[in-house]
Design a protein around this ligand. Structure first.
Ligand code: NAD
Ligand code: UGA
Length: 480
């Protein structure tokens, strides 16, 4: 088995994937120098911040690795060109959001940052470079990257020209936020797609420093690209499926937790990803499914496109259903009512709010006149304001005028003292600290009739039995 020895890695994109992924490689490969580069100066300066609580990404276990490896074999820098030119292997880990205009707007992934990376690599790399797609990309993007790299070679020939050659591999990332370090250290699998044996071996040798050999899967490059989109689509589909059943449970007297337990014990179905919730959020599920929808349409498969589109539609409907339900339970009006929102991140253990269901639900409640008091242990107030004030896009991809004062919310610093005169508490993120709230104390302070809306099933509601509070939890048809 021959392979190329990798001494120097450059990762373009210091985001939620680039930062943690490179930190773990640095931890297990002390002999490799790793430079994570980004054009966003603020982000890089946060990665270099002396105070580790200022890192731009919050992930359990990340700060420990940064404190051990930063400045030793892990470096964060804005010098993109310099570090590209030094690297034997370059990971492209930049954002690939949904296109907002032009062909495929609202569905296709916007590859402008990936294309720019390919052009930068073609221009500044030296000798042989292995380019690794880490970003989630539509199937056949490697072809585009290879094309840009190959076509630029002769253009940049000059007197100090050193022959440039490239291999392109697909190595999609499957980490989930909140458990990124654990997922990277103990992955279910590492997927490598490509056709050049030396390049594949070079990449797999890096992973073999901590990943068992039988967990490294090899496929052709197109299967690897498509497998990543498919994995996210399947996971998101399970959430829409269980949330749809949750609505049916509420209508029929069944309990979605019991249904989930019953179906999850079938080993063919399995127990994971069956927690009903306010809907899936995060930067990837929606965008990756929409990308799949676009690809299916592009390849003339409208039935396939419609099937996956349904998963996104259900999620949208489900979030709307949550805010409507709160309005109905509070006598059809929220005008002047104080509502406590617990959790703004799209899931626990992350500071990421991208596509968080809390954004839409909070906007809906503000439009109804509610006075929101919002708490999240890791999301700061300026991020919440930014999210609440961001333009909404309608079905036709047009920006919507905001109705309501989205600056009128209040940040909660201390949960216990926030309950005074509150009409309702809405739990939207499953942070551990919300499961140990003293509801007896809260009940005494709240205005009556007071409500708890538990969209994450984390409140032990048997303990609420003697309290003067109304309780609703997701998917529980036994509650009125
Ligand atoms: P992110 O937005 O957090 O980070 C991307 C970074 O790339 C940004 O900081 C941006 O400034 C930088 N960037 C863009 N173009 C650049 C350029 N030309 N030169 C230098 N820097 C550049 O995104 P992310 O969440 O890390 O996601 C990155 C990719 O990984 C996406 O394709 C996403 O779908 C995929 N992914 C994300 C996750 C996740 O949990 N967030 C998990 C698996 C896969
Ligand atoms: C997801 C995938 O799990 C990762 O494998 C993938 O790499 C990543 O997307 C990506 O490509 O970005 P992530 O979005 O970070 O990871 O987090 P998940 O744990 O998958 O949760 C996504 C959303 O689904 C969250 O809003 C979460 O609250 C919700 N969810 C999850 C449920 O509502 N119920 C569940 O049972 C599980």
């Amino acid at each position: 088995m021959t392979s190329r020895k990798i001494n120097n890695i450059c990762c373009i994109g210091a985001g939620y994937v680039g930062g943690p992924t490179m930190a773990v490689i640095a931890k297990y490969c002390p002999e490799i120098q790793i430079n994570v580069v980004d054009t966003n100066k603020e982000r890089i300066s946060d990665w270099n911040h002396e105070n580790l609580s200022n890192l731009p990404v919050y992930e359990p276990g990340l700060a420990d690795i940064i404190s051990t490896n930063r400045g030793i074999n892990l470096h964060f820098s804005c010098e993109v060109e310099k570090h590209i030119s030094e690297a034997d292997m370059i990971f492209i880990s930049v954002n690939t959001p949904t296109k907002t205009k032009g062909l495929g707007a609202g569905e296709a992934s916007d590859l402008k940052w990936v294309e720019l990376c390919a052009r930068q690599v073609s221009r500044h790399s030296k000798g042989h470079t292995i380019v690794v797609e880490k970003s989630t990309l539509p199937v056949r993007t490697a072809e585009v990257i290879k094309n840009i790299l190959d076509n630029s070679i002769s253009k940049f020939k000059n007197e100090d020209y050193v022959a440039k050659t490239f291999d392109v591999l697909s190595n999609p990332e499957f980490l989930a936020e909140g458990s990124a370090i654990r997922d990277l250290e103990y992955p279910d699998r590492v997927l490598i797609g490509g056709d050049n044996e030396q390049a594949i071996n070079a990449l797999s040798e890096i992973y073999l420093n901590w990943v068992p050999e039988n967990k490294i899967l090899f496929t052709n490059i197109w299967s690897s690209e498509l497998a990543k989109l498919t994995a996210n689509a399947f996971l998101a589909q399970r959430i829409s499926a269980i949330n749809s059943i949750g609505a049916l449970c509420e209508a029929t007297g069944a309990d979605v937790r019991e249904v989930a337990r019953a179906i999850g014990s079938d080993t063919r179905i399995g127990t994971k990803f069956l927690d009903s919730s306010p809907g899936f959020g995060g930067s990837c599920f929606k965008k990756d499914i929409l990308n799949l929808v676009y690809l299916a349409k592009y390849f003339g498969l409208p039935e396939v496109a419609n099937f996956w589109q349904g998963v996104v539609e259900l999620n949208k409907w489900h979030q709307k259903r949550m805010s409507e339900l709160i309005v109905k339970k509070l006598f059809g009006t929220l005008s002047g009512k104080k509502i406590i929102i617990l959790g703004f991140a799209f899931k626990a253990n992350t500071n990421d709010t991208r596509e968080s269901p809390a954004i839409q639900i909070c906007k809906d409640l503000i439009k109804e006149g509610a006075l929101l008091h919002i708490h999240d242990p890791k999301v700061n107030a300026s991020q919440i304001s930014k999210d609440l004030n961001a333009n909404q896009i309608n079905e036709n991809n047009e920006p919507q005028v905001l109705e309501g004062n989205f600056n009128s919310w209040t940040e909660i610093k201390n949960i216990d003292s926030s309950f005074t005169d509150a009409d309702a508490v809405v739990i939207l993120t499953e942070w551990d600290e919300y499961s140990s709230i003293n509801w007896e104390l809260a009940s005494k302070k709240m205005r009556k009739p007071g409500w708890i809306f538990d969209a994450r099933s984390i409140v032990n509601y048997e303990k609420l039995a003697n309290l003067d509070l109304n309780f609703w939890r997701i998917g529980d048809g036994s509650l009125d």
